[in-house]
Design a binder for this molecule. Structure first.
Ligand code: THU
Length: 127
C-alpha cells in the first residue's frame, strides 16, 4: 500500500473517533512488514485519563492480529495543521518498529510530510 492510501485510511478512521471532551478527532493507520494495515481512532472517556490515542489503538489491532513489525504509520486530525504522535505513542511505536525503522506519515497543507520515528524519538527507552 502506498503512503497516499495509508493516509486515506487514517482520514477515514478519524471519522469514527469518539472525542466528545476534546473535540479533537484523530485517525491512524499502521502498515506492517507483511503489507497488512490496521486502523485506529482515539476514544475518550469521562474519566479523562482513560483516553486511548488513535496510534496506540491501531498498534493494538496489529498486535492482536499477530503483526509485530511496523514499517509506517499515517496519522491525521482535522483539528491540527500537522498531527504527529504524542510522546507515549512514539515510545509504543518504537517497541514495534521494523528493522528498517518506521516512517511517520502526516499531512501538511494537503501534502504528505514524512518523518522517521527515530528523529521524533531520539534516544527512546530500550531494555
Ligand atoms: N490524541 C491521539 O489520538 N493521538 C496523539 O498522539 C495525541 C492525542 C488524542 C487523545 C485525545 O482524545 C485527543 O487527541 C486530544 O488530546
Amino acid at each position: 500500500m502506498d503512503y497516499e492510501n495509508l493516509m486515506e485510511k487514517a482520514i477515514e478512521a478519524s471519522k469514527n473517533s469518539y472525542s466528545p471532551y476534546s473535540n479533537c478527532a484523530v485517525g491512524a493507520c499502521v502498515l506492517t512488514e507483511n503489507e497488512k494495515f490496521y486502523t485506529g481512532c482515539n476514544f475518550e472517556n469521562s474519566s479523562f485519563g482513560l483516553t486511548i490515542c488513535a496510534e496506540r489503538n491501531a498498534v493494538g489491532s496489529a498486535i492482536a492480529d499477530g503483526e509485530k513489525k511496523i514499517k509506517a504509520i499515517a496519522i491525521y486530525s482535522p483539528k491540527m495543521e500537522v498531527c504527529t504522535p504524542c510522546g507515549a505513542c512514539r515510545q509504543v511505536l518504537s517497541e514495534f518498529q521494523s528493522s528498517e525503522g518506521c516512517d511517520v506519515i502526516t499531512l501538511k497543507n494537503n501534502e504528505l510530510k514524512i518523518f522517521k520515528l527515530n528523529e521524533l524519538l531520539p534516544e527512546g527507552f530500550v531494555l
